[in-house]
Design a protein around this ligand. Structure first.
Ligand code: NYM
Length: 211
């Protein structure tokens, strides 16, 4: 076995519409895996702490206006600037739980009417996730959760389009988890999926997304 394929960490991505419960589930999953002795870290996109992320934050909070294409490319750049470090951590055996990834980039931008393939291109070659957990929650329920409506995109009709786009992006390594059950029930379901993924990913090479 080559060095690069020895017991690497798994890349676990969470996707879903706004207020689907991803952030709560990411935190619970991390806590559980740490208890089980796994080396695990959380990653969140957009990463609003970098210079690019700060610009994205202003855009989302609507204090900055950007051309749709520029905004799309900034979200993608924000992922690319994290790739080297993520690759290093995965190879060193750290499992990464990622709150949003390229699929969000495409689902949200194409909901504005942008061409889906154009939107996909900048993210081609990112590290391919081992599993994508798609938390599927009705937009009506999501819209009743706290803080909904505060940022750009948090409108019912828009979220319906985003959900439809997400489903078009499904890959064989996606797991659609209904997000309307109790937090603990959803957590148990996710944990069993992720446990399997971590064990199966150990000896697999890291692949490039959409190549
Ligand atoms: N978003 C997120 C995009 O439009 N493109 C992207 O590439 C990513 C990663 O940012 N409404 C949108 C989706 C969300 C918003 O997400 C911020 P969060 O998870 O609320 O921080």
């Amino acid at each position: 076995m080559g060095k690069e394929t020895m017991s690497r960490g798994a890349l676990i991505v969470f996707e879903g519409c706004d207020r689907c419960g991803k952030t709560t589930q990411c935190a619970k999953l991390k806590e559980k895996l740490v208890d089980e002795g796994e080396d695990v870290e959380l990653v969140k996109f957009p990463d609003r702490t970098t210079p690019i992320g700060k610009l994205i934050n202003s855009y989302l909070q609507m204090t900055e206006e950007l051309d749709d294409r520029v905004a799309h490319l900034l979200f993608s750049s924000n992922r690319w600037e994290a790739m080297e470090l993520m690759k290093k951590k995965l190879k060193a055996g750290t499992t990464l739980i990622v709150d949003r990834y390229a699929y969000s980039g495409i689902a949200y931008s194409s909901a504005k009417g942008m061409d889906l393939d154009w939107c996909k291109n900048p993210d081609v070659g990112l590290i391919q996730p081992d599993t994508v957990i798609y938390l599927s929650v009705s937009e009506e329920i999501a819209s009743q959760r706290s803080h909904y409506g505060g940022e750009r995109y948090e409108k019912l009709e828009f979220q319906k389009k985003v959900h439809k786009n997400f489903l078009e992006l499904q890959e064989p390594y996606w797991e659609v988890v209904p997000g309307d059950a109790s937090v603990d029930d959803i957590h148990k379901q996710i944990h069993s999926i992720v446990r399997k993924t971590i064990n199966q990913s150990k000896s697999k090479p890291l692949l490039k997304l959409w190549t």
